[in-house]
Design a protein around this ligand. Structure first.
Ligand code: PMP
Length: 454
């Protein structure tokens, strides 16, 4: 091991390349090293305690250090830590979790689960399922995937090609052909209208126009997050998802819900799609599925999709086989953690807590907005909240990026023992779903103090 004692902060950045980070910035602003966690709190190496306003990376929904999950992982470790689920063998926790997930998503009509190791892999699996589904159904030209601008579906090349943020895409172009993005219904920043319903109608119509332009017979699926996350927490109008479902149905296009952040309670409903009253054909899970205790992703499908893979051909390597799978698919430790995690989410009714505490959180932030007009927009649903800072609330002009306004406020919150994540000048607040209103007050007070100083 390299010696870490001499200049500790340097050692944090000398060997490791960090995700989504500028090496030069990090060298001057070393990351906070988290060494422990309990409930909604985490600890750094000096023992300082922080409220985790970001639930890790919007995934530690049941909080840190839950004994039930640790015990489930330990019990599984004592049995076997890994075995393959590739066809000829399987492992008990994966089979049990698949049943549990189908039961939980019965309202959406999901009947089968395909496991992977995270959200990007869940997206890849969904795209490959879609392409093969259409081949099986005799429409092999239906290969294209349509998504929304500002979408975030992951970083692998397929998922990245469905993303709608230029900064994440451009260094890695050319991306996968056959992916197209249409306008997202972003109330705060759109050139069309201030009327939420009208915006929902208009964006659904733009989707339909794009499908017509591409040729419906070339489009396989539309993918979207129930509430866009990394794009800045964009809550669509209530009519948008139902209208999108209608558009997809009119053109026989599959609808994929990326529930990586919204699944398992974050929006105040068990599933994000359920909040909008819409049944997707495919649902992608990761993060909240097991609160990040062990990496896991899942791609769920309804009977329409699943049945296309049931044919008269029973040969082991039939073309109807799904030729896709990661070594860690259905990892027994991850699946055991998921089963224990879901039990907590259900028994503690965490979706209800997320809805109630999230409403209080938004109310408090909107009150802060009355005193600090640089809070251009406060938006969110449940415990998925976005706060966008602007230099001029009238024109919605953003701050100069070089001013690092968001980062400075985040640093101040950190000093006060509050961790919240900023993507430039938009704060993304996504605490564990076990958060209480007292902790909301601590976060908001630190944030307001940070605003006053900046
Ligand atoms: N989909 C959504 C909606 C996400 O927010 C993320 C990750 N933030 C992903 C997919 C990708 O998940 P992962 O980082 O586990 O690959």
């Amino acid at each position: 091991m390299l010696d870490r004692a001499k200049n500790h902060n340097d050692t944090l950045t000398r060997s490791m390349l960090y995700p989504f980070a500028n090496v030069t910035h990090l060298a001057k602003n070393p990351p906070l090293e988290i060494v422990g966690g309990e409930g909604v709190h985490v600890f750094d190496r000096t023992g300082k305690r922080y409220i985790d306003g970001q639930a890790g990376l919007w995934n530690v929904n049941v909080g840190h250090g839950r004994d039930e999950i640790k015990a489930a992982i330990r019990d599984q470790l004592d049995k076997i830590s890994y075995y393959s689920v590739f066809g000829g063998t399987t492992v008990t926790p994966a089979v049990e979790l698949a049943d549990l997930l189908c039961e939980m998503t019965e309202p959406e009509g999901m009947v089968r689960a395909f496991f992977s190791s995270g959200g990007s892999e869940a997206a890849e699996a969904s795209f490959k399922l879609v392409r093969q589904y259409w081949r099986q159904r005799g429409q092999p030209t239906r290969t294209k995937i349509v998504s929304l601008k500002r979408a975030y579906h992951g970083v692998t090349l397929g998922a990245l090609s469905a993303n709608g943020t230029t900064a994440y895409r451009e260094a890695y172009e050319p991306l996968v052909p056959g992916f197209f993005q249409v306008e997202t219904p972003h109330l705060y920043r759109n050139p069309f209208t201030d009327d939420h319903e009208a915006l929902g109608r208009l964006c659904a119509e733009l989707l339909e126009r794009e499908i017509a332009y591409q040729g419906p017979h070339t489009v396989g699926a539309f993918i979207a997050e129930p509430v866009q996350g990394a794009g800045g927490v964009i809550v669509p109008p209530a009519n948008f998802w139902p209208l999108v479902r209608e558009v997809c149905d009119r053109h026989d296009i599959l609808f994929i819900a990326d529930e990586v952040v919204t699944g398992f309670g974050r929006l105040g409903s068990m599933m994000g799609s359920r909040h909008w009253g819409v049944k997707p054909d495919i649902m992608n899970f990761a993060k909240g599925i097991n609160s990040g205790y062990v990496p896991l992703g899942a791609t769920m499908m309804n009977a329409k999709v699943a049945d296309a893979f049931i044919t008269d051909d029973d040969a082991q390597f039939s073309p109807a086989a799904f030729f896709h799978g990661n070594t860690y698919a259905g990892h027994p430790l991850a699946c055991a953690a998921a089963i224990a995690n879901i039990k907590i989410v259900v028994e503690e009714n965490l979706p209800e807590n997320a809805g109630r505490v999230g409403a209080y959180f938004l109310e408090r932030l909107k009150d802060v907005q009355t005193r600090h007009p640089i809070l251009g927009d406060v938006r969110g649903l449940g415990l998925m909240i976005g706060v966008e800072l602007v230099s001029d609330p009238e024109t919605k002009q953003p701050f100069d990026l070089g001013e690092n306004v968001g980062a400075r406020i985040a640093d101040h919150c950190r000093e006060r023992g509050v961790l919240i994540r900023n993507l430039a000048d938009t704060f993304i607040i996504s605490p564990p779903l076990t958060l209480g209103t007292g902790e909301v007050d601590e976060i908001v007070d630190a944030f307001e103090d940070g605003l006053a100083r900046v």
